[in-house]
Design a protein around this ligand. Sequence first.
Ligand SMILES: Nc1ncnc2c1ncn2[C@@H]1O[C@H](COP(=O)(O)OP(=O)(O)OP(=O)(O)O)[C@@H](O)[C@H]1O
Ligand SMILES: [Mg+2]
Length: 250
Amino acid sequence: MSTATTTATARRAPAIALANVTRTYPGDVRALDDVSLTVEHGTFLAVMGPSGSGKSTLMHCAAGLDSPTSGSVRIDGQEISGMNETRRTELRRERVGFVFQAYNLIPSLSVEDNITLPLRLAGRRPDRDWLRTLTERVGLADRLSHRPAELSGGQQQRAAVVRALAAKPAVVFADEPTGALDLRSAHQVLDLLRALVDDLRQTVVMVTHDPAAAARAHHALVMADGRVVEALDGPSAPRLAERLVALGER
Ligand SMILES: Nc1ncnc2c1ncn2[C@@H]1O[C@H](COP(=O)(O)OP(=O)(O)OP(=O)(O)O)[C@@H](O)[C@H]1O
Ligand SMILES: [Mg+2]
């Protein structure tokens, strides 16, 4: 094998790669219109844009929850367009984590059982060291036997973050993860996401309406009418707010 080939195969594929992705709905709705983007491992990407601009559609296509009408989606190097539903579900279980606005913890289970549930459903044995690292990191190590109702909203969302990362996914998608939290808890969750990316080389894609939240990411995309209209590195909240206001005023 030549050196060039060795280097090429040793380099890890991006966590997410979309090429010319279009998603249409009946009635000539172009929810996504020829979107291409790459999310490298160990990066934190925020996705912003007005209501109806295609953020959720982008996230669903990139996470393998939805199939694009045309174009290519690769998760951790694996092409998902053309995969059948079963295979896509398997890949998602193995390689993708989710955090939702509403935490979605199961009330009757302890925090620990909530965190390990997706792994157990996938028939995988939890990596105890990794889970200890995560729970200590998010400050929940002494809350593992509690039920979700015994935790604050911020603590519940931090448990949901650990659950999303338990299987060491290639990428975590977070849809408005701070939408239901007070300012202080929101800050904690954002600090946590950023630290998990910077220190543990996790990869996060976060949809948010809050420019201050998006400014905690390494990169930000602004969407409008199914297209990426701006891509910012090291985004600032004022710049993002300005862009969003301009889009709202069209
Ligand atoms: N299942 C569907 N059938 C028809 N049209 C859809 C469907 N899902 C989304 N759309 C349309 O696609 C466009 C993009 O929707 P999407 O949900 O991705 O927007 P969004 O940016 O997530 O908005 P919000 O900020 O309100 O969550 C919208 O025009 C929406 O009406
Ligand atoms: Mg949405």
